[in-house]
Design a protein around this ligand. Structure first.
Ligand SMILES: NC(=O)C1=CN([C@@H]2O[C@H](COP(=O)(O)OP(=O)(O)OC[C@H]3O[C@@H](n4cnc5c(N)ncnc54)[C@H](OP(=O)(O)O)[C@@H]3O)[C@@H](O)[C@H]2O)C=CC1
Ligand SMILES: O=C(O)[C@@H]1CCC=N1
Length: 266
């Protein structure tokens, strides 16, 4: 694994996060990771990690055993076409583009290659991603390698590609939704008199504690809520007011709007 040569095409938000995650996991030598984008100065901060930079995609994929496509979905066809002649036989292709099928990516290559759709979230940079993987034209060995790689940077689950749209919304977009809850709570904290910095510290630790409570116990969130809500007490007053204002309904409606968007991606 240490010697696996990886090319990350598109060093933006996700591509850079994956590069950081790979280095932090220490399973791939930084010098074996090449990251590309047109404006290389925007990722110069990654040079401290020892990764290679390249603005030429064909050069980056030549010699790579695993190529990750981390450009925006509308650029996937163009970039796959561009690198196709330079990709060595047997190269594993990982597409990170939301809403793009593996068959569509595979069709751009002039040889049959193992293609994976992989949907991480930005917490991959710190090894805490919830990552979904689906495989196409791949052997069990390819699957094991890709799963092992992404399990080094959080939790990876192999799923049928048909579930990828829902997985994208719940876990990849989910980071943003969780952040919005955190931000809303912080604003409430400031209104109650905490500084923004202290409010952020309080909410961050509280959300972390809540996530870890259910992760450790396997309890349903409502069971943990029951432990907090004193009958006739303070917590239930706040919870019910949030529900009167449509909290659960808003979250589900937001998830479904995103789900419809990703299912109709072009
Ligand atoms: N952000 C997220 O949380 C997640 C994103 N994804 C998917 O990851 C992909 C990337 O998203 P994200 O990182 O947010 O987007 P960004 O725009 O941040 O990153 C894409 C990068 O691609 C670079 N790029 C554009 N054209 C080329 C090219 N021809 N060759 C090489 N690099 C190029 C751009 O840099 P420059 O202009 O300098 O070339 C840009 O930095 C998308 O397909 C998205 O669906 C999936 C899960 C989560
Ligand atoms: O918002 C987006 O389109 C991408 C896909 C998942 C997370 N970010």
């Amino acid at each position: 694994m240490k010697n696996l040569k990886i090319a990350i095409i598109g060093g933006g938000n996700l591509g850079s996060a994956i590069a950081k995650g790979l280095i932090t996991a220490d399973r791939v030598s930084p010098s074996n990771i090449t990251i590309t984008r047109r404006n290389l100065s925007a990722i110069s901060h990654l040079s401290e990690f020892g990764v290679e930079f390249e603005s030429n995609n064909p050069k980056a994929v030549a010699g790579a055993q695993l190529v990750m496509l981390a450009v925006k979905p509308y650029l996937i066809d163009e970039v796959a076409q561009e690198i196709s002649p330079y990709v060595a036989p047997g190269t594993i292709v990982v597409s990170l583009a939301a809403g793009i099928t593996s068959a569509r990516v595979a069709a751009h290559f002039n040889q049959v290659l193992p293609v994976f759709c992989v949907m991480p979230n930005t917490a991959i940079a710190i090894g805490e991603s919830m990552t979904f993987v689906s495989s196409f034209q791949a052997t069990k060995e390819h699957e094991a390698l890709v799963m092992d790689l992404f399990n080094q940077m959080g939790t990876a689950l192999l799923i049928p590609e048909a579930q990828m749209a829902a997985a994208t919304v719940l876990a990849s977009c989910g980071i943003a939704y969780a952040m919005r809850y955190i931000r809303a709570s912080m604003e409430g904290g400031v209104q109650m008199g905490f500084t923004a910095a202290l409010s952020q510290q309080i909410v961050t630790q509280t959300v972390k504690g809540a996530a870890q409570l259910i992760a450790h116990s396997g309890n349903h969130p409502e069971a943990e809520i029951d432990r907090v809500t004193t009958p006739g007490g303070i917590t239930i007053e706040g919870l019910n007011e949030m529900e009167h204002k449509g909290f659960t309904s808003s979250v589900i409606k937001g998830l479904m709007a995103a789900f419809n968007k990703v299912k109709n991606a072009k």
